[in-house]
Write a protein that binds this ligand. Sequence first.
Ligand code: GTP
Ligand code: MG
Length: 528
Amino acid sequence: MSRRTPPLADRLAALREAVEVAEGRLDVPEVGRARSLLAKAGARSALGDATVVALAGATGSGKSTLFNALSGAEVSTPGVRRPTTGVAHATTWGEQETDRLLDWLEVPRRHRHAPEPALDGLVLLDLPDHDSVRLEHRLEVDRLVALVDVLVWVLDPEKYADAAVHDRYLVPLASHAGVLFVVLNQVDRLDAAAEAACLADLRGLLDREGLAGTPLLAVSARTGRGVADLRGALAHRVAARRAAVDRLTADVRSAAVELGAHAPARSDAGWGRREHAALVDDLGSALAGAAGVPTIAAAVERSAVRDGAGRTGWPLLRWARKLRPDPLARLHLGNERARSSLPPAGAVELAAVATAVRRARETAAEDLPQAWRDELRRTVEGAEEVVPDRLDAAVAGADLGPTRVPLWQRAVGGLQWVLALVALVGALWLLALVVLGFFRLDDVLPLPRVQRVPLPTLLLVGGLLAGLLLALVSRPLVRLRARRRARAAERGLRAAVDEVAEDVLLGPMTDVREDAARFRAAVEAAAR
Ligand SMILES: Nc1nc2c(ncn2[C@@H]2O[C@H](COP(=O)(O)OP(=O)(O)OP(=O)(O)O)[C@@H](O)[C@H]2O)c(=O)[nH]1
Ligand SMILES: [Mg+2]
């Protein structure tokens, strides 16, 4: 087997791969036809290497007469009343068991020819008329034309140019060199000049139809002229023992060419890294809007301000802050399996998502044929349905950044307690002085002064003022840290959202493109 023509098994494997890739993806009739061909090939290959030759043609062209001439007996009755032959007849040559083959072909009338080594392995069929007034004849012809290995088209001098035969049967087999013979029968009815003119005209017609490689023989089934040549040509095909393989090869190639109409023009499947990253970014920012990432980031910031201010604020007012709910906790994040309490995305956000998805889909659809574009659209539509749930789960489970309390906030918090304690000591001291003064026991407690200010007053006022000052100084720092936390949370959320964009939308789109490329490669391998 030369390298340019791969063996039938390889072609069939390639066609099977193309069908498997296309299955459930491409909604085109060619896939179904290729699948039936694979079934036929599997069945035919198991039925031996006999050569099934069928005589086909219009009613009255002389198929049955020629069939009998080749069979050497009147197996099929020719007739004057048209159409004559209603069911296919078979004559088999040689010892080979052909019953299973004929069962598969569903040909009931069978005749075994006397031993004739040159034609050993031939199964000759006489078909009904292809252009019959009877529908069942036409159906039977079409069924068998698809199954046999070699077709001998029997034309007669009147109707040899009939467009029905040429357009429907001959032209589609143009690529099937070796599968087709054309016979001009009844040449006994023509004189030499008319026969030559007729043959030249028919030859020209066939050549123009792309059938230049198809042999054309002049015969007369009645006188036997040319029948020996036809017998010789058939013997040649039979001896090669590859008519079945040739027919299947030709079928696989035309099926692959048909499928090729739905293959992408370019073979490179994926998009470049930069293109891919740009798509993720585009989709990610649209999805982030719809997923409420800005809302969550704002809640993280407010929550961090609340916590930080609480921690660094004046201790005696902390309980008041605790009464206000945590804006982050209200969103019920942190559980991937439960829905968050995020408000649903608004119309603007949803429109932005739709636009980004459409842009991504259009990029993915570039240079894909229509059938793959349709599949891409179906895939994206399916994916879009799960996007809201996947987004919610993603943001609910996203890493919102470090939640560790910063050391300085702890330190400030501790210092606040100390200052509060100092103020308290001052207050209690003053209270004690007032009580003792009431009982005229002023001298029991000393009253040290610092620069003429009584120490307890200094402790009370100083503690309070210092606490207030510390709280005020801490505020901008708390805000700064809250903004940093919000940014970190936003990064975490974006990463989770980008993953959804990648997983739910871009991944399946990439799969479609890759399948289209695989399809193209398989179709090319089958058609080579
Ligand atoms: N002159 C002449 N008549 C022929 C020749 N071959 C067949 N005939 C006649 O043409 C008529 C039709 O022949 P059939 O063999 O029944 O034709 P068929 O193609 O089998 O027709 P259907 O079974 O109806 O499709 C018969 O009368 C034959 O005798 C031939 O080579 N020369
Ligand atoms: Mg007939």
